[in-house]
Design a protein around this ligand. Structure first.
Ligand code: E4P
Length: 219
């Protein structure tokens, strides 16, 4: 499973990249707005830091506008994946981009029927929003399972990018469901490390080692 960071924050990306755990980045207009920076410059900056897909979202909602914006974004850096919303014009734009060889992430997916449309339009990634479905008492992970199964049934090459992951179990359950990618905030990535028995075990090992007066690096 690839790990993407869901952020437009440079410090967070540097931290994740430093751990060697970041295979890509997803941004969205809300995440960019939080940063208060020049959008194009920030996307380029992220692309230089990350050796993988960097999703940058169009904000036009009509086909012609999406195509124009998508071309601008795709030209920023070869790592850019153009993100389009799952609406009819978005699916049409997805088909055009995919025919042009531009990678596309179809976002705001909340049903398997929508995911089928994205695959048929040649999307590189489909982004089911797990947490936002859970928020309205629907099973987000069940959606990931269904999409993975449907894509397998027809050998679709579109990758399932589990999005809106809010806690470690969302990541684990998406992995169990066979999602190709999970995109998560840095806080969720950090939480994946946590286990109290690791901390207790390490403390004990170090205390016992201290008693030996040994040193691994001999002076
Ligand atoms: C995905 O690409 C989205 O940016 C993101 O995962 C949305 O997450 P949220 O529902 O926590 O805002």
């Amino acid at each position: 499973m690839k790990f993407f960071l869901d952020t437009a924050n440079i410090d967070e990306i540097k931290q994740g990249v430093g751990w060697g755990l970041v295979d890509g980045v997803t941004t969205n207009p809300s995440l960019v707005a939080k940063e208060g920076v020049d959008f194009h410059a920030r996307i380029k900056e992220i692309c230089v830091l990350v050796n993988g897909s960097v999703s940058a979202e169009v904000t036009a909602t009509d086909y012609d506008g999406m195509i124009k914006e998508g071309h601008v974004l795709a030209k920023l850096h070869p790592n850019v994946t153009v993100k389009v919303p799952l609406i009819p014009d978005g699916i049409r734009a997805c088909r055009t981009f995919s025919q042009e060889g531009i990678k596309v992430n179809v976002t705001l997916c909340f049903s398997s029927s929508q995911a089928l449309l994205a695959a048929k339009a040649g999307a590189t990634y489909i982004s089911p929003f797990v947490g936002r479905l859970d928020d309205v008492s629907q099973d987000g992970i069940q959606l990931v399972k269904e999409i993975v199964q449907i894509y397998k049934n027809y050998n679709f090459t579109t990758q399932v990018l589990a999005a809106s992951l809010r806690h470690p179990m969302h990541v684990v359950q998406s992995a169990l469901a066979g999602a190709h990618v999970g995109t998560m905030p840095i806080g969720v990535l950090k939480m994946l490390f946590n286990h109290p028995l690791t901390d207790i075990g390490l403390k004990k090992f170090l205390a016992d080692w201290e008693k030996t007066k040994e040193q691994i690096q001999k002076k």
